[in-house]
Design a protein around this ligand. Structure first.
Ligand code: NAD
Length: 355
């Protein structure tokens, strides 16, 4: 007689602690490389996925978003927020969790923390895009905004693109010091800078990763010369951008999913029919990436559901090899699927007996 969890009720769960163990066990750079491989595979089969701009609930200080997708066999979604002022009260700007499910039975197969996983997948995605778009032989990256995402970005660009130098700038110098400290033993040359201009001196890649909910101009037109790749990740919701429109007009722009990026990305500042290329086309060989060494390429990253699906798919494969998940009693599993109430009755009898 079933009154407690049955064999079908448990769903693998990866907590924050387990995610950290998993990443450290695999190795951060190995994890980023492998994750980029999963994203690349899924971008190559882009047409198989259901796609929709994410579903957002905005308030003055931030946003909560749901990001669903399915490839016809599996379904995934992520819950994520973006609240730049959270840092003032000791909270993260971005937190997340996600679910992967079997589309055919509707049963979840994984519930996972995704705050750390989002930083990993954003970094893997950025560096993967740069592998297709950045100038050949890129070795130095300037990073404006050195908060939670920064070190993940630096390590992904080292592992996936071969960057050996990062130049850091944040309006809060203590945050730059934090990032430099965290990257001390990463095998990168780290230069702490006192302005955005200094941070992007003689680099081939510029990453903007700031978090003000406004039309900021972290990069102005006169700061950016020819022949660079801009990885713009901080402008990711309506009313929140980082790059001056003049730079956008000089750039070849690449996006994840154009209908979502036109709402959320840097290109919300441009006409709705401004020419952009979806990155999957470049990855699948259907469109060119960088065509000229002097081009400015700009990856207008906002984060798309398929990347989170790839990340959940990767974690789901890895927890079969690495013992870092627990079993969550999430689904009711009565002996007779139609006798849900009977399970409750038996539980009542059991609880009374053991009281
Ligand atoms: P965070 O709050 O931890 O860090 C942001 C940093 O930017 C802070 O240290 C702040 O001092 C600095 N900053 C703000 N304005 C600046 C300026 N003008 N010049 C230099 N530094 C400035 O936030 P985070 O978690 O690192 O996220 C950064 C941004 O990336 C957020 O806007 C977030 O929404 C976005 N994000 C995008 C994706 C994506 O897929 N594109 C994924 C995750 C986060």
């Amino acid at each position: 007689m079933q009154y407690g969890p049955g064999p079908l009720s448990f769903v693998p769960f990866v907590s924050v602690d387990q995610m950290m163990h998993l990443i450290l066990d695999i190795g951060i750079e190995r994890f980023l490389l492998d994750l980029a491989g999963y994203i690349e595979q899924d971008f190559r089969r882009w047409q198989q996925f259901d796609k929709t701009p994410r579903i957002a609930a905005h308030c003055a200080d931030g946003v909560i978003e749901l990001m669903p997708t399915s490839d016809g066999n599996s379904y995934g979604f992520k819950y994520v927020n973006g609240h730049p002022k959270n840092a003032r009260s000791g909270r993260q700007t971005v937190t997340a969790f996600g679910v992967l499910a079997d589309l055919n039975s509707g049963y979840p197969v994984l519930l996972s923390e995704m705050t750390i996983l989002t930083a990993m997948r954003t970094a893997a995605m950025s560096a993967l895009a740069a592998r297709y778009l950045a100038p050949a032989g890129s070795r130095a990256m300037g990073m404006i905004g050195n908060g939670a995402q920064c070190e993940f970005q630096a390590l992904a660009f080292k592992a996936i693109l071969g960057i050996d130098t990062v130049r850091l700038y944040d309006i809060d110098p203590s945050v730059t010091r934090k990032a430099a400290r965290n990257l001390e033993r990463a095998g990168l040359k780290v230069v702490q800078c006192s302005s955005g201009e200094q941070a992007i001196e003689a680099v081939q890649v510029v990453t903007t990763c700031t978090a003000d909910k406004q039309h900021a101009t972290v990069l102005t037109d006169n700061m950016v010369g020819d022949g660079v790749h801009i990885n713009a990740i901080g402008g990711d919701c309506p009313g929140k951008t980082e790059v001056h429109p003049d730079i956008l007009h000089r750039s070849e722009i690449f996006v994840e999913y154009a209908p979502q990026t036109r709402i959320e990305g840097e290109i919300q500042q441009l006409d709705a029919d401004h020419q952009v290329t979806e990155l999957w086309e470049v990855i699948a060989g259907a469109a060119p990436g960088r065509s000229n060494a002097r081009d400015i390429t700009l990856f207008d990253s906002v984060g798309f559901a398929i990347e989170d699906f790839s990340a959940l798919r990767y974690v789901n494969d890895q927890i079969r090899i690495h013992p870092f998940s627990s079993r969550l009693d999430l689904l009711a599993d009565p002996d007779d699927p139609r006798d849900l109430f009977g399970m409750l009755n038996r539980a009542a009898a059991h609880y009374r007996a053991s009281a």
